[in-house]
Ligand binder design. Sequence first.
Ligand code: UD1
Ligand code: CA
Length: 454
Amino acid sequence: MSTVVLILAAGLGTRMKSKLAKVLHHIAGRPLIRYVYEAALSLFPERIIVVVGHQAEDVKAYLNGIHNSSCSLEFALQSVQRGTADAVAAAKPLLVNYDGIVAVLSGDVPLLSPPTLNELKRTHMENAAAATILSTEVKDPTGYGRIIRNQDGSFCKIVEHRDATELELGIREINTGIYCFDSKILFELLDAVTPQNAQNELYLTDIPKLALATGRRVCLLKTPNSQEVLGINDRSDLVTADRILRMDKCHKLLLAGVTILNPETTYIDLDVTVGQDSYIYPGVRLEGKTIIGQDCTIGTGARLTNCILGNNVTVKDYSIICDSTLDDGVSVGPFAHIRMGAHLQSGAAIGNFVEVKKSSIGKNTKAMHLSYLGDATIGTGVNIGAGTITCNYDGKQKHRTIIGDGARIGSDTMLIAPVSVGKNAVTGAGSVVTRDIPESSLAYGVPAEVKKQL
Ligand code: UD1
Ligand code: CA
């Protein structure tokens, strides 16, 4: 049977107290809506329709940017948010000729797993139901709609928290906000929903009750995985969901042979990979599409974003590395900053308080202390003395510095780019290099002059 997924994501998200649309807030490095979109794809729907309203353009732009499936991605605009039933009604014009299953997902319920969602659809089809509701039991049902069952256990109605009686508030089985509907019945009944409730809203949760009243069949699927259906309403829910995903990621890595000393304080985005026998100290963040090889050590406080590390790489405490590649055996830090496409080749060592920007550092080259290496191409086996600076910016443009293999740059050398230092050349401490230095020569002074051939 054909399936259309409707994702409700127009709500203001008042409780987030944010300028950013609720569904664009991140957990484990991705916006909430991305998780829901991916869960939707697991039903192999013909179409995904996202109901947008608040910050509609931002939500659309984000989803259009990630959409790469053969099913169609469409948007329905709900310009005034009158409630979840009104949100579904916003998609009605797109579905007038459609006859099949409408699976309704909430943009703010991101942890829903594909197996649970598929089981919901199966239950719905097997029972030929008009509506099938995914429910679960939680310790603290505050804020959720409660599932009211008849004596025989069959579905009676959903009562929203704010409309519930004292007795109903005691019920711990809640509506997850995830449903399958028969499209024809859903759109027929939507017109009968009225805003007679505490929030003066049009509740989608009235549809199952109306379906029963018109002699249709309503089913419940109660999932034991209550964590999956956590609804994100405020920033504290965001922390809870983020923690669940992070712990799960750490757990998978632990089982795959990575030591993570303290998962509680380790933040590893879902797309990150880490090789066997790598060792991660507390307080590390690994973000974006970072790839870490085997036998690496990542020290406390390090933050790596979109980096590729080979094997046996050591990142010492409090180093920040972005968009860069570190080959086998490289050592960085403590307190180093490596960024913007830097490439540290095998065996290179970058020490404390060294910044490397958009530079290539050759094999076994060392810059151990207090340097800035920007827009530089540095050969193999070079030693960069403490306090060396590539003066790459003349106030208008950036210029390159080239240092040949085997060169020795004395402490506190200023390399005024564009400039090149030949292979095996040496600069004296405190030199200000304004002109190219030929191979195997010594230059020193201010401005540096080539004094002798080595
Ligand atoms: C809803 C359910 C509640 C359930 C809970 C599960 C209703 C009336 N209540 O409550 O039974 O326990 O989800 O998480 O449905 N939205 C729109 N347009 C609107 C209103 C909401 O698109 O006019 C979207 C929101 O962006 C959100 C989703 O619908 O993604 C749910 O809305 P929300 O206001 O968060 O409903 P809850 O109060 O959480
Ligand atoms: Ca909600």
